[in-house]
Design a protein around this ligand. Structure first.
Ligand SMILES: Cc1cc2nc3c(=O)[nH]c(=O)nc-3n(C[C@H](O)[C@H](O)[C@H](O)COP(=O)(O)OP(=O)(O)OC[C@H]3O[C@@H](n4cnc5c(N)ncnc54)[C@H](O)[C@@H]3O)c2cc1C
Length: 476
């Protein structure tokens, strides 16, 4: 065995689980630093017919990076910037290895584009996530309503197959998915959860940094009024010529309680004011653009929020970068504290894993929210609700205290999935399917989506040696 391939041992235990607490097993692991090293490792493993599970930063929440045997190819050491340049239209480009995480990527972009400040608008809130993992899992995040889908900001990728051979795929190139179907080349890789190949390099499209960013968090004593505030925005989004709303994020009281209970240990947010017990929900909004336009939109937002009973004196309104970051950390803590809760329950009963919704419902926000709250109560389950309000893209997380509650939670999530499917909503949001959701929701996933994933897999990994069991049933 090559000296870069290590037999699994206790020191690598952490690589057998991700943020979902789904767990697995493997025989060996490697940490290549370059494409050349990765190719060498693959050549050796493919000669021995060993299956591979690809890992980025393991922050995924559907068990997609978790092996069920074989070898773990962990790409966290492939984390360098390879090139950067400006295009004539004033937008930047950066080529990176896949293991670079969002924190380092942002630092590098700030350093490399001092003259024409740029940023990568993809923000799935988890800043330790790797760019390769984000691309493979189809992660989106909080500013999608302004900037659009994350795929738009990936211009090309190099992918390596099981035998260590690499090809480059560029946006705009067509590829045959079957005799009758052509797709954009990048569709064969982005969001395919590593089932079609190993991303070894990415060129990211950047955009000029907005002149200013404001974050405003509104607090509501009535959950229903908070929801109607969102519906007000849906019917009449505040506008100005030089700024726009980039994020509208909903956080319910149970999520706020989870955050408050851990706030003291979270350095970046421990100094934020406590939230009054009467508050039933918080809505975080973010505005990007020119200062003047932002002020115009902020005024309209304040007015609408006040009409829905939110006290403008109580709102948190910030514009300094460091203060905005605190509000991002606060919003992110809604997801993080659920994962910490699950981690504790998983320690008591290893069968308990994350059980969260990542689906887009149809209807008004108020109706969608009410339905989830009622169904949780009817099932006698505790759950918290947060997420991307403008698209009804809510993350409803079941908070089970026993395995029996977990099982009831699975039933409820399946009922929700069926309802959303019947209403023509979207069952696959931004976290991917991985192994965990395939096990829970596999039979409900849209046939057309599964067919596309199968065809893409057949094109690049017909032997099913890469990321077996993600999205598709393992073929062994
Ligand atoms: C607290 C919390 C909050 C989150 N909030 C959001 C959110 O708001 N929106 C959102 O979209 N996501 C969210 N996420 C999930 C986030 O999207 C994922 O964590 C991230 O996309 C995965 O990146 P990773 O590097 O950790 O990948 P991993 O977890 O290591 O892997 C994820 C998948 O990508 C594959 N993969 C990784 N690298 C490569 C590569 N180079 N080539 C091919 N395949 C690869 C893996 O095999 C696996 O299938 C959240 C996660 C956490 C923990």
């Amino acid at each position: 065995m090559s000296q870069n391939i290590y037999p699994m041992g206790g020191q690598y235990e952490e690589y057998l689980t991700d943020e979902s607490k789904y767990s697995g097993y493997a025989d060996s692991i490697s940490f290549p630093e370059t494409s050349g090293e990765a190719a060498e490792i693959l050549k050796e493993l493919s000669d021995r017919k060993v299956s591979i599970t690809i890992q980025g930063a393991k922050t995924g929440i559907v068990g997609a990076a978790i092996p069920k045997g074989g070898h773990i190819l962990n790409l966290s050491h492939m984390n360098q910037v390879l090139d950067s340049w400006m295009e004539e239209d004033g937008t930047g480009r950066i080529s990176v290895q896949p293991g670079i995480n969002l924190i380092d990527l942002r630092k590098e972009i700030n350093n490399l584009f001092r003259k024409n400040p740029q940023f990568w608008p993809v923000d799935p809130t988890e800043t330790s996530a790797s760019v390769g993992g984000i691309a493979a899992s189809g992660a989106q995040g909080i500013s999608r309503i302004l900037y659009g889908k994350s795929e738009q900001y990936i211009e090309s990728v190099s992918i390596m197959n099981y035998r260590g051979q690499t090809i480059k795929l560029r946006r705009g190139e067509n590829r045959e998915l079957s005799d009758t179907e052509q797709v954009d080349a990048l569709e064969l890789v982005l969001g395919k959860e590593g089932t079609t190949g190993i991303i070894t390099e990415l060129t990211l499209k950047l955009v000029p940094k907005p002149e200013a960013v404001w974050g405003i968090a509104f607090f509501f004593e009535e959950e229903g009024e908070a929801a109607k505030f969102v519906d007000d925005l849906k019917t009449g989004m505040p506008e100005s010529g030089s700024a726009a709303i980039a994020a509208v994020e909903y956080i319910d009281r149970i999520s706020l309680d989870l955050i408050e209970s851990r706030k003291a240990s979270m350095t970046k947010i421990k100094e934020l004011p406590d939230i009054r017990p009467e508050v039933a929900a918080m809505i975080y909004t973010e505005i990007h653009g020119a200062e003047e336009g932002i002020e115009e939109i902020a005024e309209q937002l304040m007015e609408t929020a006040m009409e829905r009973g939110s006290d403008s004196e109580e709102a948190w309104a910030v514009s300094e970068e460091a203060e905005i970051e605190k509000l991002h950390v606060f919003r992110h803590a809604a997801a993080e504290t659920v994962n910490l809760f699950i981690e504790e329950q998983h320690r008591v009963d290893g069968r308990i894993t994350k059980l969260g919704m990542d689906m887009l419902s149809e209807g008004t926000f108020a109706d969608v929210l009410e339905a989830f709250a009622e169904e949780l109560a009817a099932a006698g389950l505790k759950g918290c609700i947060f997420g991307h309000a403008m698209e009804n893209h809510l993350h409803v997380n079941i908070l089970p205290e026993t395995y029996e509650e977990y099982c009831r939670g699975v039933e409820l999530v399946r009922r929700w999935a069926l309802r959303i499917k019947n209403e023509q909503g979207a069952l696959i949001g931004e976290h991917g399917v991985g192994k965990l959701k395939r096990e829970i929701l596999g039979d409900l996933l849209p046939d057309e989506y599964i067919e596309k994933c199968k065809k893409a897999k057949e094109l690049f990994d017909a032997e099913d040696m890469l990321n077996r069991g993600n999205i598709l049933e393992a073929s062994y």
